[in-house]
Design a protein around this ligand. Sequence first.
Ligand code: BG6
Length: 467
Amino acid sequence: GPRYPQVVVLVGATGDLSRRKLLPGLFHLASAGFIPGCRIIGVSLDDLDVEGFRTVARDSLDHFFARKVSEADWATFAETLDYVPLSAGAEALRDAAARAEAALGGESRRLHYLSVPPAAALSAVRLLGEAGLVERSRIIMEKPFGTDLASAVTLNTKLHEVFTEDRIFRIDHFLGKEPAQNILAFRFANGLFEPIWNRNFIDHVQIDVPETLGLGQRSGFYEATGAFRDMVVTHLFQILAFMAMEPPTSLEPAPISEEKNKVFRSMVPLDPRDVVRGQYSGYRTEDGVDPESDTETFIALKCQIDNWRWAGVPFFLRTGKRLAEGQRIISIAFREPPKSMFPVGSGVGAQGPDHLTFDLADASKMSLSFYGKRPGPGMRLDKQSLQFSMRDTGLIGDVLEAYERLILDAMRGDHTLFTTAEGIERLWEVSTPLLEAPPPVRLYSPGSWGPKSIHQLVAPHAWRLPF
Ligand code: BG6
């Protein structure tokens, strides 16, 4: 954990992310002793007093903290909370921070968490500057980092006027998921798979993150963001980089970023013809949604990495809301043998290629599928698989949630699992053709797998899901 007590300034403290993840996460870190001391100053547009904010926090723990909250832990945590409405201004924030530091005694560090939409990020940075809260401070930014290349460049430039790059932590919580980090372990700690991790053996890759969830309370944010900015340019591209990167020279932040950025540089700018945008029927009549909204709640696309390792291997990405199942898988389809010696009708090939599949669900799971002979006379083949689940190892104890892990890393100044300004800007550049000429949204029924045209997108391959 971090060496110093922390003053956390949580901007957007009453928002959806804060209630779902950040307040429960900070509560866990503080009550389980991961941080030597902590005071949290909530900031948001809501005109609350400290008691009002405590009520928000208590409610958040009751709904979103995984275990029962003991009254003693709650009392301790509630004591550390303070609140400053944005309307109170920089002076009030400065005073609150001074009080928090006094309460912690001795030397402390500050962590500013900006859980606000892109349009509000810069005014929040300005506020921190005016309140004199830049020294001894680190800042966590939430995605999407801008909304296109120009706004991302502006955001980074303005951000750098206040905070140096080594103080900035652009969070992508998918990288904090244990199974995502396990991709690095799997690829680089084993000799077996890396030799076949390339275009000679791999036919295509799918990163598929369908969700059953709808918008919840977030229609305002979502309507302005859409599935591409919410999920693809952020989480899915980051996972793609973990899958596709060359071995870094070490597991330090700079070498990892460098290899990820090389993948991003090799990505071919997205072709709108290789993109399916969808919107579920009924979206336009939801509260807070424009009746003529063109926001996509679904996106599927083909992406190409034009380098020595991956040339000609398509990466298919898909994600969306109100789909048939909630899954987070990465699946690698291997090339089929050059020639089949099995009799026609034996079943070989009928169930698709062999796959290695990573499941990014809470407990890491993996499977490797292959054809095997069905016992009995003759030669009939079926798909079999080797399965691994981290849950069966008994190694899962009090695991930190993705956000908790990343907040702790930021408090320690460890950038390994964060993204860089350069990488983010390149991803917006790759996205520009799509953002400039998005294909029209196609309707899909809630509970389906998306618009019909998703099948053409991957043809002659097929989607791996549903299993
Ligand atoms: C968030 C998106 O970043 O990730 C949400 O804003 C999405 O729309 C969520 O539902 C998915 O995260 P997880 O951890 O539940 O897979």
